[in-house]
Design a protein around this ligand. Structure first.
Ligand SMILES: [Zn+2]
Length: 347
């Protein structure tokens, strides 16, 4: 499995410029008396911790791919590459977006404490997550995006509506998850409109242990954009992937934050399976406060499994074979997540 797609080609001059811009206007880390890099510091209201020592706790060894810029952290089971001034991380070849970019200081690389504790720790060592306890997994709610008068995204060339494909994949996934022994509840089983808060309400009333929302993407005026991305709820005190900076609303504790570490585990496994199965472009495992993710009382994930605005991808999405593969990938992702939380419970 070679999936190292994220080589950033940057001239030395540009790298130096970004370094200066990135470091000029902020307080520098206080060097310790021994001259060793600081263990932690604050930057733009975010707490940062030193990456090498954090990952060493989970048995990962650090080496520089490029000194002062790109660090590789590796164990027998995980390989992570983190780059100064970037939120993009390659984790076992998968594209994962941190909440805040890595920062280089005095020859060491730092990551935000929230990314350390709510992204990497649950992925590297689910059994080390002290709170909240690993959730149960019996009831799964599947949310077919859009419906009724809300068509979702469209491909005008081929006259395709997102709402039809989200329902088709959801019904296929339902069959697979019932076969795996889960109780499955749907937010819709036909072509009807369901308000976003109502979808979360259905999940919460059903006592959902897991919420999976299925969508297909589109972007106006960019017909070449393609690929899949996976979202889970943004942790409290962190900005969403699409936000340029922190906002006051990032500090709100939402129902969907109850299982922050488990959201990370769920999102990673679902995204990993979707990218592996569909072989599409990896647009990343990301964070957003979408209404359904914000309001559910369980771990939740939202998958954007391809672009209807890309004609090639739209053609594929319109085939039952693609949708069957997607449903199978989502079921595999649930299996991987279930295995991880079971391991965490039996520590
Ligand atoms: Zn959608």
């Amino acid at each position: 499995m070679v999936r190292l797609r994220h080589t950033y080609l940057m001239s030395a001059a540009l790298a130096a410029l970004i370094f200066l811009v990135g470091n000029g206007a902020v307080a520098r880390a206080q060097p310790t008396k021994t001259g060793a890099p600081a263990a932690a510091f604050k930057l733009n209201g975010n707490s940062y911790i030193e990456a090498r020592s954090f990952f060493a706790r989970f048995g990962l060894k650090a080496t520089w791919v490029e000194r002062g810029k790109t660090m590789r952290l590796q164990s027998s089971v995980a390989r992570i590459e983190i780059e100064d001034n970037k939120r993009d991380v390659a984790m076992n070849g998968l594209r994962v977006l941190m909440g805040e970019p890595a920062v280089e200081r005095d020859g060491a690389l730092y990551i935000s404490r929230i990314d350390a504790e709510k992204l990497f720790q649950p992925l590297l060592s689910p059994s080390s997550v002290a709170s909240p306890a690993a959730p149960a997994l019996r009831v799964i709610v599947i949310d077919a995006g859009h419906g009724g008068q809300d068509t979702g995204t469209q491909n005008k060339t081929f006259k395709l509506d997102e709402k039809k494909f989200t329902l088709d994949v959801s019904m296929r996934l339902r069959t697979l998850l019932i076969q795996q022994g889960y109780k499955v509840v749907m937010t819709r089983t036909d072509d009807r409109f369901v308000e976003l808060p109502r979808r979360a309400e259905i999940a919460n009333q059903a006592g959902a242990d897991l919420f999976i929302s299925i969508h297909f993407n589109a972007v106006a005026g960019s017909p070449t954009v393609r690929g899949s991305e996976t979202y889970v709820m943004t942790p409290q005190f962190q900005r969403s992937t699409s936000s340029a900076k922190r906002e006051a609303s990032d500090n709100v504790l939402n129902p969907g934050n109850r299982y922050d570490p488990w959201n990370a585990l769920l999102g990673y496994h679902i995204h990993n399976q979707v990218i592996d199965s569909l072989r599409g472009e990896d647009r990343g495992f990301k964070r957003a406060r979408f209404a359904v993710l914000r309001l559910v009382n369980s771990p939740g994930v939202l998958v954007e499994a391809g672009y209807l605005s890309n004609n090639d991808e739209a053609r594929r999405i319109a085939t039952p074979a693609y949708r069957a593969s997607l449903a199978e990938a989502l079921a595999q992702g649930v299996r991987a997540y279930a295995l991880a939380i079971t391991t965490a419970k039996t520590r």
